[in-house]
Design a protein around this ligand. Structure first.
Ligand code: AMP
Ligand code: MG
Length: 355
């Protein structure tokens, strides 16, 4: 791919640097690519209604062309142009969770090119809860396709530096708004299914949705790691969120988990490999070998979510060969964290027992 100069601009959403946002919007309207912060992860934006622009996203990321993009909007009125019908339950969910980390899937209108939806007749739509992101969406024409701004397969970017690592020289501009708030991608809810079905867990949980709209199903491949069924979200079938190192998750009682990670680490170090350990505040003091990173306190799933991808990238940066991670709680956003961690691990999980 031809190399271009990537402009990096700092933005502060409390001040809304409208001159920068206007320039970024012009790049998007002209069919260019701009990476920008959202509350979940950094997105790589292009005009969703311009097929050529959307195709550039696939090229820059090295993304398989059957993996559809999420269209980001800034105002509820915008949805009618891209979604054929918006059921009552979707309106209720939008009312409750937009702007926010929820993506909903609808039948698409003819305005949305197949190049944006990976050839599907449905379109995924989200309204991000980030002022600068919404200002940029408006400045860019109102419909911005934006997958995570990483090279396909790598951990999603939670800082502008992560975006630069992967996409410098391949996109027109990066808006640097600092570290994101949530750190894992949005919940994807298929509103064309009956009952509505979660295709990817995120910060908006099944419990939160069911309280509002009644029964919500969960795609089998999200719950059952060993399932061989094809995931309903095409993107979920790829190895994903993955560091260069081989990652293994260890579950069980805390003491057995720690003992097993110490044993595995010792083995790999004896063979001459570099080992990284993802520990928690409660356990970090017990590891004396390997590169040890504390991801946060057990039970603080939100902190763990916000640090996961950054830690995986740090291990890549120092050439770690094997990573062992403790398993975390599945409360709230914890189910999304464990979903991403297990995907990054290629579903490698060891039961250390004691539970
Ligand atoms: P990313 O934006 O990188 O988090 O990727 C978008 C995710 O949304 C991928 O897993 C896609 O497969 C999924 N997705 C986008 N559009 C659709 C759709 N129309 N139907 C099902 N899944 C979708
Ligand atoms: Mg992605």
């Amino acid at each position: 791919m031809e190399s271009m100069k990537t402009i990096v601009e700092q933005i502060d959403f409390r001040q809304m640097n409208m001159d920068i946002i206007t320039r970024a919007g012009e790049i998007l309207r002209a069919g260019g690519l701009v990476a920008f912060p959202t509350e979940t992860v950094y997105g790589l934006g292009a005009d969703a209604l311009n097929e050529q622009a959307a195709k550039k996203i696939y090229a820059a990321k090295g993304r398989p062309s059957d993996n559809p993009l999420i269209v980001h909007i800034a105002d509820m009125e915008a949805i009618g142009r891209i979604a054929e019908a918006v059921p009552e339950k979707a309106r209720a969910a939008a009312e409750a969770f937009w702007p926010g980390p929820l993506t909903m899937i609808f039948q698409k209108t003819g305005e949305v090119p197949m190049g944006t939806t990976g050839g599907l007749n449905t379109v995924a739509v989200r309204m991000p809860d980030h002022n600068a992101a919404r200002a940029l969406i408006r400045a860019g024409g109102g419909y911005i396709a934006a997958p995570s701004a990483n090279t396909s397969g790598r951990p999603s970017p939670t800082t502008a530096q992560h975006v630069e690592e992967d996409l410098n020289g391949k996109i027109d501009m990066i808006l640097d708004g600092g570290a994101v708030e949530i750190g894992v991608e949005s919940t994807i809810l298929d509103m064309t299914a009956k009952p509505p079905m979660i295709l990817r867990p995120g910060a908006v949980t099944r419990e939160m949705l069911e309280e509002l709209i009644g029964e919500v199903a969960v795609d089998k491949t999200v719950i059952d790691a060993g399932s061989h069924a094809a995931p309903k979200a095409p993107g979920m079938k790829y190895r994903h969120y993955a560091p260069k190192a081989e990652l293994t998750v260890v579950e069980g009682s805390i003491s057995r988990t720690v003992d097993e990670i110490i044993r595995l680490t010792g083995e790999k170090i004896a063979e001459g490999f570099k080992v990284g350990i993802i520990a928690t505040e409660e356990t970090v003091g017990r590891y004396s070998m390997g590169e040890v990173k504390c991801i946060g306190a057990r039970g603080e799933e939100e902190t763990i979510a916000s640090r996961l991808y950054g830690i995986l990238r740090e291990f890549d940066g120092i050439g770690i060969d094997y990573i062992y991670s403790e398993a975390f709680g599945r409360e709230g956003i914890g189910s999304a964290v464990m979903n991403r961690l297990l995907k990054a691990a290629g579903q490698r999980i060891i039961d250390a027992g004691g539970k």
